[in-house]
Design a protein around this ligand. Structure first.
Ligand code: IVH
Length: 670
């Protein structure tokens, strides 16, 4: 290939990168896999390093790496940033629509633009001749803070607009942190012993006000635009929805949930529709916003104080409310872990009444300094278990009590032990502890384990409490007469249950291993063990080192498996289950032939392969003697990269681990 003019190539690369950014962030419709995008970026970085004179401030390489700022300068908004009036009920919305129609002197259904109300921070971005020159927070509406250095790091924010934007364009929108990024950020902070953020909104606010943009760049912020500030050189279209469509063409991200509706019925139908989607959206919204769509009508309606008369926010039930913590009790789980559960003054949150919330473990209680009697913020988002976010310290009563870990198990009175360095405290009673026995049985009978239909919590409780069932093996001796004698059981359901228990005898090795409830052995690990060893005997005879040879099994899991199988009482239960006729089809041992062509080689898979699933890839590697692990280290021999790879690709590059694309991988497999 003839050497290309570097200036021309840099321009080409920037155009391609900007185009793919637009496809990805604005249209949500990428044309190329992430790995290819990364290659374009890498080429541009290298080109600019070789020819520093080619770097421009709008180059996609210039998002990160700017030096920290000393403080955030003040920015005065030439057009103030307003707030919105709130509606909490349908009646509020009906009244709003009535006021709008009265002022407009119309009986027709008014056309509204309906949008989600994002729970983040309002920002105003200033583009001059299509170039991003300033980004500011809302502040008090008139004066905000200059956060240009941070906003430039947000990949969804174009540094240069597409097409022919006006001379001056101020766009307003909401910057937010997607839930997945929020979770990852908090997990990292917790692992490092740093302060965590209470919710995505706070995390976004903290991130945006960072003085060092290199930190901001590592935290995933996103944006949707929903309005305008000052503009020059643009004859505005007739409708708000058309403004947003134009913004989108210039490369600015607009909510895909934007809809034009008619009348108050249209608004309320939109509210219900978005409300149903709320829990499955990858970011938080706290309501929807209705805006009179016609700009002429907006002008006629004008403003009251600091909010427009032509718009209103219709809020969803709050995800977070405050209530009083009455007590903390400890529940014992299948592995003996003691989980503190908060007993609360009942409150309405996220659409339901909540009286219990999880507190996870003692570390969490200590970190949040939760005391009995405290006023606490409870959060319930989507279908997740309600949790205590934080304590309202200035409402703490003088007699608030510190929560103490019990020394004895609240169920069986065995000692409670807390291993140094581990967050969980455990009851040492094992299967002597009725709570652990109940949980173990529930797990054994669950749908993805031995799938015993009809063996519910109430039945298990009675069987354990009467001493009739001590281990899963005892289930297989139960008779219809015995079961029919239990509360909530009639002859018919007892007959059915006995039939279900009988049916469960025919299972698979993977289900059986999963059902045993070995710590750290979930379904996938059980499947991996089953297909690697082929038989229970082979697994029972395997050493810890041999168990570690199984794809995706590391030292911790291997130790748990070995330890579990070595316990005499577990061996007895397994033998008794088989004695009762629990069985599975024999399967071929798929353990790698020692001395296979990939013997001793360790692989890490990232991204999606076209020709096979990850499991299939793992099996083929194992069949040739290789092994798949979860994370990249210096010991990794190859990283196989499919479409849309994760951070493992960057790690491999950083460590200099050989990278195989799909074609090279298939060649290696022969
Ligand atoms: S419009 C004059 N649209 O809500 C109109 N605001 O309570 C001003 N917000 O400060 C705002 N999503 O931070 C508008 N689709 C949306 C919004 C939205 C979130 C926030 C914004 C504003 C606050 C007003």
């Amino acid at each position: 290939m003839p050497a290309q003019d570097p200036k021309k190539r840099a321009r080409e690369l920037r155009e391609q990168i900007e185009w793919h950014n637009y496809r990805y962030h604005v249209l949500d419709d990428p044309e190329i896999p992430d790995a290819e995008f990364d290659l374009l970026m890498r080429e541009l970085i290298e080109l600019e390093q070789a020819h520093p004179e080619l770097v421009t401030p709008e180059s996609p390489t210039q998002r990160v790496g700017a030096a920290p700022v000393g403080s955030l300068p003040v920015v005065t908004h030439s057009v103030p940033m307003l707030s919105l009036e709130n509606a909490f009920t349908e009646e509020d919305v009906i009244a709003f629509d009535r006021r709008v129609r009265e002022r407009l002197e119309t009986d027709d259904g008014v056309e509204y633009a309906a949008e989600p109300k994002l729970d983040g921070l309002a920002v105003s971005l200033r583009y001059e001749h299509g170039r991003l020159v300033q980004a500011a927070t809302r502040g008090d509406g008139v004066r905000g803070e200059d956060v240009t250095h941070n906003v430039r790091t947000i990949k969804a924010v174009p540094l240069r607009l597409r097409g022919t934007p006006p001379e001056l364009l101020e766009v307003r929108g909401e910057i937010f942190m997607p839930l997945a990024g929020f979770k990852a950020l908090n997990e990292r902070a917790q692992a490092r012993g740093e302060k965590t953020f209470v919710n995505p909104r706070n995390a976004a606010a903290g991130t945006l006000r960072q003085l060092d943009p290199r930190l901001t760049a590592r935290r995933p912020l996103d944006v949707y635009f929903y309005g305008l500030g000052e503009t020059r050189g643009w004859k505005l279209p007739a409708r708000h929805s058309e403004i947003l469509e134009q913004l989108r063409e210039w490369g600015l991200r607009i909510s895909p949930l934007l809809e034009v509706v008619r009348g108050v019925e249209g608004c309320l139908a939109y509210y219900r529709e978005v409300g149903q989607q709320r829990a499955s959206l990858p970011y938080e919204i706290d309501g929807v916003v209705y805006k009179v769509n016609s700009l002429i009508q907006q002008r006629e309606l004008g403003f009251i104080a600091r909010a427009p008369r032509w718009a209103i926010a219709h809020k969803f039930p709050a995800h977070e409310v405050s209530t009083v913590l009455r007590d903390v009790e400890f529940q014992v789980g299948r592995t003996g872990a003691l989980t503190p559960v908060a007993r609360l003054e009942p409150v309405f949150v996220g659409g339901v009444t909540v009286s219990n919330a999880t507190l996870h473990n003692m570390d969490e209680i200590e970190r949040k300094d939760v005391r009995i009697g405290d006023t606490v913020i409870v959060r319930r988002a989507g279908d997740v278990i309600p949790e205590i976010v934080k304590v309202v310290v200035n409402k703490r009563p003088p007699d608030a009590r510190v929560v103490r870990l019990p020394k004895k198990c609240p169920v069986c009175k065995s000692d409670v032990e807390r291993v140094a360095g581990e967050a969980v405290a455990r009851c040492t009673g094992g299967l002597y502890c009725a709570a652990q026995r109940k949980e173990a049985l529930r797990h054994f009978a669950s749908r993805r384990a031995l799938d015993i239909d009809g063996l519910g919590t109430k039945i298990i409780d009675q069987l354990v409490e009467s001493g009739r069932v001590k281990s899963p093996a005892d289930l297989y001796g139960l008779t219809v007469e015995e079961l029919a004698g239990l509360e909530r059981m009639a002859a018919k359901s007892a007959t059915k249950l006995v039939a279900a228990i009988e049916r469960s005898k025919q299972t698979t090795l993977a289900r059986f291993l999963y059902a045993l409830g070995i710590p750290e052995v979930g379904e996938r690990t059980a499947e991996a063990l089953a297909s690697y060893f082929g038989s229970l005997e082979a697994l029972q005879e395997a050493t810890e080192a041999q168990i570690q040879e199984v794809p995706d099994v590391g030292p911790v899991v291997a130790a748990h498996v070995r330890h579990f199988l070595d316990q005499p009482h577990n061996r007895e239960v397994i033998a008794a289950l088989r004695g009762h006729g629990v069985h599975w089809p024999a399967q071929a041992r798929r353990a790698a032939a020692e001395g296979g062509p990939l013997a001793g080689k360790t692989f890490v898979l990232t991204g999606t392969l076209d020709s096979m699933s990850r499991e299939q890839a793992g099996e083929r590697i194992a069949a040739l003697g290789g092994k798949v692990t979860g994370s990249v280290s210096k010991k990794t021999d190859y990283v196989v990269v499919g479409a849309e790879p994760g951070s493992k690709l960057a790690k491999a590059q950083a460590l200099g681990v050989p990278i195989l694309d799909e074609r090279a991988f298939l060649e290696l497999l022969g």
